[in-house]
Design a protein around this ligand. Structure first.
Ligand code: DAH
Length: 350
């Protein structure tokens, strides 16, 4: 009987060595350790053994069970590590140590993507708005249907001033002011509200390669009679195809944000593999890019617009994320480093 244990152990090790992705390792876990797995099956075959044999064999099987669990967990860990390495290697090359051409000035990569987005939206009739970095609690949260003590505030902890004002945690904080600014033209002259507002945002966040306490977003809103999700998809697809200079496919998944109903996460077809699946998109063919949705009636009301008569869409594009994706910047901290060596490498490709 104990040869069976050794044989199964050898067989598992062989198969694990051959496995190259997490799904096949998981299939091995089921094959060996699942309810009907072959290791579990060994225990079932013990009924014909003597008490002594049972004790000895049971012990061996349990040791194998434990070892197999560990081997499988280690293999998954190893595959994940390889996937991350492959993802990093598959990104476009950006070399922080390349000498910059310092004889002339250059734009910051975020400025470059911001201008590209502004250009496309302007051509589609959107106004570009500026808004302050210091805002009130009302603008940042209450007017966006996020009352005090709402759990959505947890993800948006920011920096507070002694007078109760705060550094805006998202560009959505400008929505209320934009509605109030344009509502009369909408109601009296029938002019749709079409505005984008790029801006610096802040969050009380520990920094690492993917997180920063200071980053850029670009919010966009459109309000008129009969605005629907198709309008949202059209504008996003057009803008992203221009920015990336290729036809970008988009898809919407449900997402929750208190200021939109329904809310979505907008994904774009993977820029590296075009949708076939690669480590960058975790083999899904899609990259998560931009939350968006249909503006919540309470948010329109707070802006002085009647939600019975008007509807609209809003989106919050991460400009920092977009710049990282477009230029292959792997560490978000490089963007705020102020290092001319790193940041002087980007030029407007127009
Ligand atoms: N303000 C949100 C954030 O920073 C992003 C967002 C989500 C903006 C949905 C929107 C939207 O306009 O519709 O987390």
């Amino acid at each position: 009987m104990s040869e069976k244990v050794t044989a199964l152990r050898d067989e598992l090790i062989l198969k694990l060595n051959e496995a190259t992705d997490a799904a096949s390792v998981d299939a091995l876990r089921v094959e060996y350790l699942g309810k009907n797995g072959s290791i579990t099956g060994l225990l079932k075959g013990m009924k014909d053994l003597s008490i002594e044999e049972k004790k000895d064999f049971g012990q061996k099987v349990n040791v194998l069970k434990e070892e197999a669990g560990k081997l499988i967990a280690d293999k998954i860990e190893e595959i994940k590590k390889l996937e991350v390495e492959a993802e990093i290697n598959s990104m476009p090359e950006f070399d922080i140590s390349t000498p910059a051409n310092l004889s002339r000035g250059s734009y910051h990569p975020i400025t470059l993507v911001q201008r590209q987005c502004e250009k496309v939206f302007k051509s589609m009739g959107f106004n570009v708005e500026d808004y302050s970095e210091v805002v009130t609690d009302y603008e940042c949260f209450e007017a966006l249907n996020i009352p005090k003590h709402h759990p959505a505030r947890d993800m948006q902890d920011t920096y507070y001033l002694e007078n109760g004002q705060l550094l805006k945690s998202h560009t959505s904080a400008a929505q209320n002011a934009i509605y109030k600014k344009y509502k009369d033209a909408l109601i009296n002259e029938g002019k749709p509200i079409k505005a984008i507002f790029p801006g610096r945002c802040f969050r009380n966040e520990a920094t690492d390669a993917c997180h920063e306490n200071t980053f850029f977003q670009m919010e966009g809103v459109m309000v008129d009679k009969n605005i629907s999700i198709s309008n949202l998809i059209f504008f996003m697809k057009t803008m992203l195809s221009e920015v990336f200079q290729k036809d970008i496919k988009v898809r919407l998944r449900p997402g929750f944000f208190p200021f939109v109903e329904p809310g979505f996460e907008l994904d774009i077809s993977c820029l590296i593999c075009g949708g076939d699946g690669c480590p960058s998109c975790k083999h899904s063919g899609w990259l998560e890019l931009c939350p968006c949705g249909m503006i919540h009636p309470e948010v329109l009301k707070a802006g002085g617009i009647d939600p019975e008569e008007y509807t609209g869409f809003a989106f919050g594009l991460g400009l920092t994320r977009l710049a990282m994706m477009k230029y292959g910047v792997k560490d978000i901290r490089d963007l705020n480093s102020g290092s001319l060596k790193a940041l002087g490498q980007f030029t407007d490709d127009e």
